[in-house]
Design a protein around this ligand. Structure first.
Ligand SMILES: *[C@@H]1O[C@H](CO)[C@@H](O)[C@H](O)[C@H]1NC(C)=O
Ligand SMILES: *[C@@H]1O[C@H](CO)[C@@H](O)[C@H](O)[C@H]1NC(C)=O
Ligand SMILES: *[C@@H]1O[C@H](CO)[C@@H](O)[C@H](O)[C@H]1NC(C)=O
Ligand SMILES: *[C@@H]1O[C@H](CO)[C@@H](O)[C@H](O)[C@H]1NC(C)=O
Ligand SMILES: *[C@@H]1O[C@H](CO)[C@@H](O)[C@H](O)[C@H]1NC(C)=O
Ligand SMILES: *[C@@H]1O[C@H](CO)[C@@H](O)[C@H](O)[C@H]1NC(C)=O
Ligand SMILES: *[C@@H]1O[C@H](CO)[C@@H](O)[C@H](O)[C@H]1NC(C)=O
Ligand SMILES: *[C@@H]1O[C@H](CO)[C@@H](O)[C@H](O)[C@H]1NC(C)=O
Length: 170
């Protein structure tokens, strides 16, 4: 994909203005990346994942892989019925649902620790304040719409950011 320089600048500005305070890219294993012999539970416990965030896997292409599986696949290190698979060596995955995600490596390395599960939470909502109880007030209705719009915007920003930064994509 080729984008003109001015469009890239616009995109970068857009990401900087709207993106910095919201979406996070969680690099699995930080500077150790996606490799055998690392306890990714410790890594995951040290992060908070919100809807619209990215999780990214960095690894030696053709040597390791990434599969999204369900809990059975995670517990048993099996990729049957995988929900998704990635192999670029630098994979950005959008966490767009509030659920527990399970990722494992496909070629037996799951048994060497290459498995990670992350719990994705809903965004902290401004309407969650204890004062704002459910009343049929029009201002309440407006403030309920906003967070949904914000989630959509986050998803868009994250998608754009992954195109911008994700050299794994063609
Ligand atoms: C990884 O760390 C967690 C939390 O300390 C621990 O419960 C788990 O047994 C460890 N896993 C391995 C494979 O060592
Ligand atoms: C947890 O995250 C902090 C800040 O990113 C980092 O300094 C610390 O080393 C991390 N701890 C573990 C166990 O990964
Ligand atoms: C995991 O695999 C074992 C056999 O290898 C099987 O007995 C067990 O039921 C499996 N667990 C799940 C949750 O499917
Ligand atoms: C996970 O997927 C496998 C294969 O599709 C299925 O047999 C299993 O029941 C699923 N487990 C859960 C916990 O959904
Ligand atoms: C990987 O995902 C694609 C669809 O995105 C699917 O066609 C393919 O069979 C999957 N490969 C494996 C090994 O699961
Ligand atoms: C999240 O993304 C996946 C894959 O792109 C898609 O199938 C799913 O419908 C999306 N879920 C939501 C809630 O947008
Ligand atoms: C707000 O609503 C919750 C239930 O939705 C109720 O438990 C709580 O007492 C209410 N607070 C006020 C200040 O009305
Ligand atoms: C409804 O909103 C107006 C301002 O828009 C406010 O003055 C009023 O107190 C609100 N009523 C309730 C029941 O929250």
């Amino acid at each position: 994909m080729w984008i003109s320089t001015s469009n890239q600048l616009l995109l970068l500005c857009f990401v900087l203005i709207f993106g910095t305070a919201t979406a996070t890219d969680h690099i699995v294993g930080a500077n150790k990346g996606w490799n055998p012999g690392i306890n990714y539970t410790l890594w995951a416990n040290n992060h908070t994942f919100y809807v619209g965030d990215l999780i990214s896997f960095r690894y030696q292409k053709t040597q390791y892989y990434v599969f999204e599986v369900n809990q059975t696949g995670y517990d048993n290190c099996t990729t049957e019925g995988a929900l998704g698979n990635w192999s670029s060596g630098k994979d950005f995955i959008l966490l767009n649902e509030t659920k527990r995600y399970y990722f494992i490596c496909g070629n037996g390395q799951c048994f060497n620790g290459m498995k990670v599960s992350v719990l994705v939470q809903a965004l902290p909502s401004p309407t969650a304040s204890p004062v704002a109880n459910h009343t049929s007030n029009s201002s309440d209705a407006a403030s309920i719409v906003l967070p949904r719009g914000v989630v959509g915007l986050r998803a868009l920003i994250v998608a754009l950011a992954s195109i911008w930064f994700g050299s794994g994509w063609i």
